[in-house]
Design a binder for this molecule. Structure first.
Ligand code: ATP
Ligand code: MG
Length: 393
């Protein structure tokens, strides 16, 4: 007997979305299609909050599985073997397909679920049969119902039964775009890629904006940011990244404003330029990697001064995370090693020795009034460059 493999995909919280459920399902289907487009054709069947996806060429199943593990909206996924809904077929699948994969484990448990209540065995009976079958074929495995190294699961669903032993937690979250769009202020640091990933996970479709200060920041520094953008594309498929040059503006700031206000005013200028771009792209929110108290420009009053520079909401998903937590996410999404490359950022050129920790908006505005800010912002905006990124470039 031969059994084809499929990928069983459990939908996440989108099943809870009531009237919106259809829209979420459609978005997820599109994300799945986009994620698998570089690999090959596939078929899907969706029932009871679970999708069974079969690659036309089974050799692509593992590559598809890897990609699907990064699609937001998927709660869990497993490579499963579908079969007819009768005990002999189910046990044959366990013996032929599952047992050969269990060599490296020491303990297991069997699990059974039955959404078809007309199936002649109860879940408990089915579990016992499956457990006995594994135990007989794998004398090296002990049964551990509390903390097994592997769980062999039989699911009797409406049309077919599925057997699997490799359930993997999915990326969770919500499908791309179901919460709208956001413009990520992407620096070369550790925090902003994580911030983008966290908001993409909540269903925002991203565009990114990076500020450079050439020649004070180098080509390599820009390339590093683009590498970070491409790494985010492992989750978002694509990422339109915009770059604006701030050199003239920074030089003007350096010459005109009191040093302790430099970083704050630069940040407000970034937000004004980001707002202009966001409005042009009809994007209703900005995203930054700020974390409360992490550096001088990330105090509450500095954040308030930033907020006052834009009518758009600034989403700061890292605000309550400490550095270790952010680093853990950065490692998880594979941006950490790139982020710590020691290239300069435009925030690190002309840094004040004693930045203002509790800035007052009036004083900031008085400093800003020393400059022809509108003209400087117009000039900076003219340098806008668009770089569409995809995972592999
Ligand atoms: P990160 O690790 O993300 O660089 P950080 O801890 O270095 O953050 P700051 O330099 O204060 O903090 O920057 C705070 C946020 O401002 C960043 O997370 C990012 O969203 C934005 N930002 C800073 N520099 C740039 C830049 N050159 N281009 C675009 N956005 C930037
Ligand atoms: Mg930074």
């Amino acid at each position: 007997m031969s059994f084809a493999r499929c990928i069983l995909i459990k939908y996440g919280e989108l099943v809870l979305k009531g009237a919106n459920k259809r829209r979420f399902e459609r978005a997820l289907s599109e994300d799945i299609a986009r994620a698998l487009a570089p690999i090959g054709a596939f078929r899907t069947e969706y029932r009871q909050s679970t999708m069974a996806l079969t690659m036309e060429d089974d050799a692509n199943t593992e590559a598809a599985f890897d990609r699907l593990s990064r699609v937001f909206g998927i709660a869990a996924l497993s490579i499963a073997y579908p079969c007819e809904k009768n005990l002999p077929d189910i046990l044959a699948v366990i013996r032929e397909k599952i047992v050969p994969t269990l060599g490296g484990y020491r303990s297991f448990k069997a699990d059974a679920k039955r959404s078809d209540k007309s199936f002649p065995l109860t879940s408990m009976e089915l579990m016992q049969e499956a457990g006995a079958c594994v135990g007989e074929a794998c004398p090296h495995l002990s049964v551990d119902v509390h903390n097994p190294e592997v769980t062999v699961t039989v699911e009797v669903r409406d049309r077919l039964a599925f057997v699997h032993a490799s359930r993997v937690i999915g990326a969770r979250g919500l499908p791309a775009g179901t919460s709208g769009t956001g413009l990520l202020l992407l620096s070369g640091g550790i925090d902003s890629p994580v911030a983008g990933w966290l908001m993409a996970k909540r269903g925002l479709r991203l565009s990114a904006l990076h500020f450079e200060s050439y020649p004070y920041t180098s080509e390599r520094a820009k390339e590093k940011v683009l590498t970070l953008g491409r790494k985010l594309c492992r989750y978002t498929c694509s990422l339109d990244t915009y770059v604006i040059g701030l050199t003239e503006l920074q030089l003007a700031l350096r010459d005109a404003v009191r040093e302790e206000y430099f970083t704050l005013i630069l940040r407000r200028c970034m937000l004004r330029l980001a707002t202009r771009l966001a409005e042009e792209l009809s994007i209703p929110a900005l995203i930054t990697g700020e974390s409360l108290g992490q550096v001088a420009s990330q105090t509450l009053s500095a954040m308030a001064a930033s907020d006052a520079a834009t009518p758009l909401p600034i989403l700061r998903p890292c605000v309550g995370l400490d550095k270790d937590e952010i680093v853990r996410y950065a490692r998880h999404i594979d941006t950490f090693e790139t982020s710590i490359l020691p290239y300069e950022d435009c925030c690190t050129v002309f840094v004040p020795k004693h930045p203002k920790l509790t800035p007052e908006l009036e004083k900031i505005e008085a400093e800003e009034a020393k400059l022809d800010l509108d003209r400087l912002l117009d000039e900076a905006y003219k340098s806008l460059e668009k770089i569409p990124l995809t995972e592999e470039a």
